[in-house]
Design a protein around this ligand. Structure first.
Ligand SMILES: Cc1ncc(COP(=O)(O)O)c(C=O)c1O
Length: 384
């Protein structure tokens, strides 16, 4: 059987740590239950596990109050809750030219119904975020700024703390899309001046698919968008006004939350700085090797130190989908072709509409796999 080299970890990480797989099996082998719905021991255990995971997430991101950790299906749902739950008609919102469609589409929708005014800041191909242009774009009605923390297209990191500081000075709500960074770059809501954080649980936190979350500071109030059962105040027709119930209606993904807990524990035990060190070594080696090949165009950030373990490339005179397909079929290397749900970012790096091939690393990739990938790319160029 052909070996599998999985380099699509920016989409969702694979494989998952053994601890996560064991937790998922344990959940359905030994308990189940809908958290917060009392009545039997298994439901109580589920409630306790959800509570502990909330506490763990609060600890990981330094969220002042774990009741402000809301579990969602993914980062996209979290971002939608944040934007639609805080914005009012006539508000102005600023985002970067590197946003994923998880941010861009809800904003475009709100703009299209004349609900908000939107400014998209230009970014250059390295995704340099121009702080003075940002300050100039602030208007009296600017309610919120939302930026990605790390680009899923070229791996660059945005200056979150600097943006957050400016937002704080101007009393603007700062929302950060940490889909790509949570678990890879330390995030501290308080030190980084982040008001609302959206994260994916299934990427660098190594949980299963279908889990993500929203964290926010005590001063932030987010309107209930989904009304329903919470297991609390059941006598009332009104949705509970307190968090987390205010934003969590219906049976949660308790299995996913339990798996996320194991994923976060794995990341914390391994140590974010160790994870970073290993994967940065791999991506730097990969980048330098590719840059020495004439036929390859590499899209990457300027800095070698501050980046995500991913890059995009194109091979001259080949489409990204052809390259990805050959890598998969002939070499067993899984990558992602096209626009990666981030047309704004591709416009910024000059690869719109053709896109690029993205290689993204995770905990379990090895230097042998990366060397094999480089050799495979060279073979593709030869056979082209
Ligand atoms: C930067 C960025 N934001 C948001 C998302 C959406 O994340 P999710 O799939 O968890 O909704 C992604 C997914 O790839 C992403 O890369």
């Amino acid at each position: 059987m052909q070996k599998i080299i999985y380099l699509d970890n920016a989409a969702t990480t694979w494989p998952k740590p053994t601890r996560v797989i064991k937790a998922l099996a344990e959940f359905y082998n030994h308990f189940t239950g809908s958290q917060g719905r009392a009545g039997h021991g298994m439901a109580l255990k589920a409630s306790r596990e959800v509570f502990e995971t909330r506490e763990l997430v609060a600890f990981l991101f330094n969220v002042p109050n774990s009741e402000r950790v809301i579990f969602t299906a993914n980062a996209t749902h979290a971002i939608n809750y944040a934007l639609k739950g805080i914005l009012k008609k006539g508000d102005h919102v600023i985002c970067s030219g590197f946003e994923h469609n998880a941010v861009f589409r809800p904003l475009k929708y709100l703009e299209s119904i004349s609900y908000i005014e939107l400014t998209i800041l230009d970014c250059n191909k390295y995704s340099d975020f121009d702080l003075s242009a940002f300050e100039k774009s602030i208007k009296p009605n600017t309610k919120a700024v939302i930026t990605t923390h790390g680009s899923n297209v070229n791996g660059s990191i945005l200056p979150v703390r600097e943006i957050g500081k400016i937002c704080k000075e101007k009393a603007i709500i700062y929302i950060v899309d940490a889909a790509q960074t949570a678990g890879f770059i330390p995030i501290d809501l308080q030190l980084d001046y982040i008001d609302i954080l959206a994260f994916s649980g299934h990427k660098k936190l190594y949980g299963p698919t279908g889990i993500g979350g929203l964290c926010f500071k005590n001063e932030i109030d987010i309107e209930t968008l989904l009304h329903g059962g919470t297991g609390s105040r059941s006598e009332s027709g009104e949705h509970p006004p307190f968090y987390p119930d205010k934003l969590e209606a219906g049976t949660p993904n308790t299995l996913g939350i339990y798996g996320l807990k194991a994923g976060i524990q794995h990341v914390m035990n391994t140590g974010i700085s160790n994870i970073q060190k290993e994967q940065l070594e791999l991506i730097i080696f990969f980048t330098k090797s590719l840059e020495s090949i004439d036929e390859v165009i590499v899209y990457k950030p300027l800095s070698f130190d501050e980046r995500l373990p991913l890059l995009s490339l194109n091979i001259k005179n080949m489409t990204s989908s052809d390259v990805s397909l050959i890598l998969d079929k002939d070499f067993g290397i899984m990558t992602r072709a096209g626009l990666h749900c981030a047309p704004l970012a591709h416009k910024s790096i000059g690869t719109f509409p053709q896109g690029s091939v993205r290689f993204s690393f995770g905990l379990f990739n090895t230097s042998e796999e990366i060397e094999y990938t480089i050799e495979s790319i060279k073979k593709i160029i030869k056979q082209r």
